[in-house]
Design a protein around this ligand. Structure first.
Ligand code: GDP
Length: 140
């Protein structure tokens, strides 16, 4: 499988509970390398732009207000099949459905406040990485 890069966001529910290190450790233990990382606070407009694909969903307002409610840690993860591997480490969207040992099974508070975002395909990963990082900030 090819070496890929994917975008991860450690969400406000997790930064609030000081879980950044524990979540990053799960990525590294799975063989993903953190090649870029920064802690930022999104404005509501930035959260709406990032999640524009979900703008018609009933939870769009809740989701974007949550994502702007506190600091997030945005990271680029690199490794073999990184997009899929990160989705496996994250677990299902709803923590009730997430497999044991996954980030969401261990840390998520609810389907909305579920601790992590991860790109769902290589094409979206490229767009999402470019949303947050310049090429100079990616150091493999
Ligand atoms: P993901 O790719 O596993 O993050 O899931 P989706 O792309 O389906 O949804 C994006 C994000 O929207 C999720 O991670 C949740 O934070 C949020 N979300 C999804 N479904 C719901 C829901 O039913 N209610 C609320 N409040 N948020 C949701």
């Amino acid at each position: 499988m090819a070496i890929e890069r994917t975008l991860s966001i450690i969400k406000p529910d997790a930064t609030r509970r000081n879980l950044t290190g524990k979540i990053a450790a799960k990525f590294e233990e799975a063989g993903l390398r953190i090649v870029a990382s920064k802690r930022i606070q999104l404005t509501l407009a930035q959260a709406q732009q990032f999640y524009a694909v979900h703008s018609a969903r009933p939870f769009f307002g809740e989701l974007t207000e949550f994502m702007a409610s506190g600091p997030v840690v945005v990271q680029v993860l690199e490794g073999e099949g990184a997009v899929l591997k990160n989705r496996e480490v994250m677990g299902a969207t709803n923590p009730k459905d997430a497999a044991p040992g996954t980030v969401r099974a261990e840390f998520a508070e609810s389907v909305g406040e579920n601790s992590v975002h991860g790109s769902d395909a290589p094409e979206t990963a490229a767009e999402e990485i470019a949303f947050f990082f310049s090429g100079l900030e990616l150091v493999g």
